[in-house]
Write a protein that binds this ligand. Structure first.
Ligand code: AMP
Length: 281
């Protein structure tokens, strides 16, 4: 596995790889890699001979009161995991590489980011789209894998690829969970043992709603009330949002449930904000 930092060196590597007939799949991450990330790599390897993983904690997508400085990092552990997963190139750019002096051009997202995490994290998705476009421009992958855990992010990237006519196939990958159902997340490492136990309220709420849906319930208010009450029954949980939206447009479903529908949750446990979702169809 190669390890590079400078975008020019990454470009040269990509050029060499493509000239030799290799196809490149790309997995952008913020590091502190867990099994969810490794599943993206596994999927990427099924699709192309070479997988590039990037690790960059992107300041542009963090709000002033968010966890940029304390975001967990483990560069050597990440490198070992990538090596073990068969990654060809691990790219860890520095801030100055992606945001050099004079940087000023950004991607502006639209209706997809008005609600859900976009409402509680203003500017977040513009920051995500901007950095992903930059990463795409350097790696020029054929395929890019994104996790469904971050459903809104996935939709934003799919839309950006369409809007900018990028020749990249975006491949959604299912959410990987711990044995007890909690979605894997780098932020799970912030949780105290009590908060970790309380965080299962997310899965309980998704399961409760899914049971109702399977039993034929289609009234958004009933589904939402159920999800909210399951979360609220957990003393350590503070709801940021619990929403039922059209899974493609992300517009709220208030009267009628159209499918596929997405039940999306963001809940705080202490100072840690976790998200999870499920698609109903
Ligand atoms: P992050 O490092 O959190 O920015 O995530 C990098 C990529 O991994 C994104 O496409 C995420 O959606 C994806 N990802 C994060 N957690 C999971 C998970 N539990 N299952 C599947 N994909 C995930």
């Amino acid at each position: 596995m190669e390890r590079l930092s400078d975008p020019a060196a990454v470009r040269a590597w990509v050029d060499r790889t493509k000239a030799a007939g290799g196809r490149v799949a790309f997995v952008p991450t913020m590091g502190y890699l867990h099994d969810g990330h490794i599943e993206l790599v596994r999927r990427a390897r099924e699709l192309c001979e070479h997988v590039v993983v990037s690790i960059f904690v992107n300041p542009l997508q963090f709000g002033p009161s968010e966890d940029l400085s304390r975001y967990p990092r483990d560069p050597e552990g990440d490198a070992a995991r990538c090596e073990g997963a068969g990654v060809s190139l691990l790219w860890s750019p520095e801030g100055r590489h992606l945001y050099p002096e004079g940087f000023q051009t950004r991607v502006q997202t639209g209706a997809l980011t008005k609600g859900l995490c976009g409402a509680s994290r203003p500017g977040h998705f513009d920051g995500v789209a901007t950095v992903v476009l930059k990463l795409f421009s350097v790696v020029e992958p054929e395929v890019a894998c994104f996790g469904e855990k971050d459903w809104q992010q996935l939709r934003v990237i799919q839309r950006m690829v369409e809007d900018f006519h990028l020749r990249i196939r975006v491949v959604p990958c299912p959410t990987i969970r711990e044995g007890d159902g909690l979605a894997r997340s780098s932020r799970n490492s912030y949780l105290s043992p009590e908060e970790r136990a309380a965080a299962l309220a997310l899965v309980r709420a998704l399961d409760a709603c899914e049971r109702l849906f399977r039993a034929g319930e289609r009234a958004p208010t009933t589904l939402l009330t159920t999800a909210r009450s399951v979360v609220q029954a957990e003393a350590l949980a503070r709801i940021d949002y619990v929403e039922l939206v059209d899974a493609m447009t992300l517009t709220p479903l208030t009267h009628e449930l159209t499918e596929p529908a997405l039940l999306a949750l963001a809940v705080r446990f202490g100072s840690t904000r976790l998200i999870d979702n499920r698609v109903f169809r």
